[in-house]
Design a protein around this ligand. Structure first.
Ligand code: A2P
Length: 317
């Protein structure tokens, strides 16, 4: 799996990462064995978050892979985790990253991200929080605490997730270390042209999540894998629709996260480096009507801080 430069840093990021956001599989033995299998197949980048409940099992899988000799050292891997909204307060960031490292059994992360541009008053990682607990995030002080995590060596790189151009602009106004990454939804059905252009200009690397449309989740959709344009291209190329999605995403210069708990599909999803899409294929894909799968509706509340999708995504909807 090739690597891509990470923002304006000297670091690189493997262009395909393995996702571990899964309900109800988060933290299960099945997930742990899938991660070990993924390492065996050549995946080196793993994406977790405090709220996924998968940090502990990712840590166990890494220990097992080291024990089995599938990798030589921790340094062979690229590990991303995320600060949950309940920890997105200046004084809770350091304890949060320390707890994440403890659950992973690691002494540093490669990348630590602010999960969403919003804070929660309540503590803990229960996703069924009360909407009254949603509060505006103080970007300046939370980001300063993220910078401190990097200075202390707890994470090699820091970044954000689910940030619009406008929110990135706001963060850049006061940041000393610019975010290396913005991890956002991106697929042929949600191409993010405007955000990609903004991030490119500001040397912020994009990681695409849900490149297959997050089929099988509560927010996800089958529309990506069922898309007629993609099916036609896949058939003509002798590839699967999933491979066409992943190849298109990779060709846009971003890294991507994909997850499958099925060994054949895990192999299929990394089989995208010895062929490419034609100019005509890409033109057809660019014309696919756009629709976001992950709307973030759980962050919209009558009492704010975001009272509409418009406010959450700043019109990038
Ligand atoms: P499975 O674990 O049964 O393979 P996303 O990465 O967009 O969130 O999508 C993940 C979903 O897509 C999972 O439900 C996964 O199911 C499925 N999936 C992953 N790879 C493929 C593939 N190559 N073909 C079809 N479905 C896939």
């Amino acid at each position: 799996i090739p690597e891509s430069p990470l923002g304006s840093t000297n670091a690189t990021i493997p262009v395909i990462g393995f996702g571990t956001a899964s309900w109800p599989l988060g933290g299960s033995e099945t997930m742990k064995q899938s991660i070990v299998q993924a390492i065996e197949l050549g995946y080196r980048h793993f994406d977790t978050a405090a709220v996924y409940q998968s940090e502990h099992c990712l840590g166990e899988a890494i220990a097992q892979a080291l024990h089995l000799g599938l990798i030589k050292s921790r340094k062979d891997l690229f590990i991303t985790s995320k600060l949950w909204c309940s920890d997105a307060h200046a004084n809770r960031v350091l304890p949060a990253v320390q707890n994440t490292l403890r659950r992973l059994g690691l002494d540093y992360l490669d990348l630590y991200l602010i999960h969403w541009p919003v804070s929660l008053k309540s503590a803990g990682y229960d996703v069924t929080y009360s909407k009254e607990d949603l509060v505006a995030m103080d970007f300046k002080s939370v980001w300063a605490a993220m910078e401190e995590c990097q200075r202390l060596g707890l994470s090699r790189n820091i970044g954000v997730s689910n940030f619009s151009c406008k929110k990135l602009e706001q963060l850049l106004l006061t940041s000393k270390i610019p975010p290396a990454v913005n991890q956002v939804e991106m697929s042929p059905l949600w191409q993010q042209a405007k955000l990609r252009e903004f991030c490119h200009r500001n040397a912020i690397h994009i990681t695409a999540y849900s490149p297959l449309g997050a089929r099988g989740t509560v927010w996800g959709t089958n529309q990506v894998l069922d898309c007629a344009v993609l099916k036609e291209i896949a058939e003509a190329k002798g590839k699967t629709v999933a491979q066409v999605c992943l190849r298109w995403t990779y060709e846009q210069g971003v890294s991507l996260l994909v997850k499958s708990f099925n060994k054949e599909r895990m192999k299929e999803n990394i089989g995208i480096f010895d062929w490419k899409l034609s100019h005509e294929d890409c033109q057809k894909i660019e014309q696919i009507p756009q629709e976001r799968a992950c709307s973030g509706r759980e962050f919209i509340s009558e009492d704010g801080p975001f009272t509409s999708f418009e406010e959450l995504w700043d019109g990038e909807i």
